[in-house]
Ligand binder design. Structure first.
Ligand code: GGG
Length: 354
């Protein structure tokens, strides 16, 4: 199979982990006889520095013209304490999602057995947890009108959802639930928010077409608690943009670390595959970032965008084998991990490739 893959490393550790994800794709091409043709594009802080824009048109065009995108992360600490910055790295991320119509963000919370001890949650609560989040990605408070009023003394961000936006992701989530344990939890804040009441109304309507799927509705605050108390109760979790952003960072602790969580953003055109973590400037350049989220994102890319299930499973099995052999990056090492088994970004990448 011949495919064009666009590599978009972005900022901070995005550069380091995406390089490993690409090497793993190279190995897959060699092993299974595929031809992956790569190009690169800029996004985020590195794009602002080079062009003044967080997502230059050239990058967007390359994304639209590729068969899939392997993306890293955006962000830079210099913007965190500068509320007046007009152009920010995250604007590139939001523009990419909007322009590519990436409305569904799939975030599998997969716990590798070997990492049971790496989490601060008790192993007996965690064992067997396997959750697939569907985070809506092109609506909500992220994309509504925002601004300042009262001479800058007040600020607002408007959350909006249309029935169409809720229905299209709800159908994707129900379809996925059908292929899993046939359970779906829709998460909202319908006791307070109007957007959540519309969300629930639409999900209830869509649920009628999937009578074989058991549905429950939870408020986001209760879900935050239940994820830690009893993660095994969840199968597919369907939620809005902001709630999904927060809950999946929390749920990363079920998998042991943010460094383990891959994601797929899909919708109308090219799919984008990326770790859920950000640019992590505190560890950038140290060579210690966990590349497994990028590697597992490459596995999702092969499966979802190219239909290469065997190749995708080969990557997941390689990660599993490396963990079984006792190798860890610093973020997933526990007290019992021997020092010599704690590897840096490139070295653990080489083990996965082997
Ligand atoms: N790889 C994900 C990433 O770069 N995250 C940084 C970020 O700003 N995330 C916000 C979001 O996912 O909506």
């Amino acid at each position: 199979m011949k495919k064009n893959i666009l590599i978009v490393p972005g900022d901070g550790i995005g550069q380091e982990v995406t390089a490993v994800g690409k090497k793993v794709l190279d190995k897959i091409a060699e092993k299974f006889g595929h031809e992956f043709v790569y190009d690169e594009a800029l996004i985020g802080h590195v794009a602002i520095e080079a062009t003044g824009e967080a997502l230059p048109d050239e990058s967007l065009q390359k994304m639209k013209n590729s068969d899939a995108v392997l993306f890293g992360a955006v962000g830079h600490p210099k913007y965190d304490n500068d509320p007046s910055a007009k152009v920010r790295p995250e604007q590139g991320l939001l523009k990419m999602r909007k322009e590519l119509g990436l409305y569904a963000n799939l975030r599998p919370i997969k716990l590798f057995d070997e990492l049971l001890g790496a989490s601060s949650i008790k192993p007996e609560i965690l064992k067997g947890a396997d959750i697939l989040f569907f985070r809506e990605l092109t609506g909500d408070i992220y994309f509504g009108e925002k601004g300042r009023k009262d001479n800058g003394d007040s600020a607002y961000d408007i959350a909006t959802y249309s029935k169409f936006e809720v229905e299209r992701i709800a159908r994707k989530a129900f379809e996925a639930a059908r292929t899993r344990r046939k359970k779906l939890c829709s998460v909202d804040k319908a006791n307070v928010l109007e957007t959540s009441r519309l969300w629930r109304e639409v999900v209830q309507q869509v649920a009628k077409d999937y009578p074989d799927v058991e549905v429950e509705y939870q408020f986001v605050d209760a879900t935050a608690m239940l994820l830690i108390k009893d993660p095994k109760r969840f199968d597919v979790v369907l939620t809005a943009n902001l709630f999904g952003d927060i809950l999946t960072d929390e749920a990363s602790q079920i998998a042991g670390s943010m460094g383990m969580l891959a994601s797929a953003s899909i919708g109308d055109g090219t799919g984008v595959y990326e770790p859920i973590h950000g640019s992590a400037h505190d560890i950038t350049g140290k060579g210690i970032a966990n590349p497994m989220a990028s590697v597992l994102s490459a596995a999702l890319l092969l499966d979802i965008s190219f239909g290469l299930k065997e190749e995708s499973n080969a990557i997941i099995n390689a990660v599993d084998a490396v963990l079984k052999a006792g190798f860890r990056t610093a973020d997933i090492a526990d007290a019992s991990t021997p020092k010599e088994k704690i590897l840096g970004t490139d070295a653990i990448g080489e083990e996965i490739i082997k």
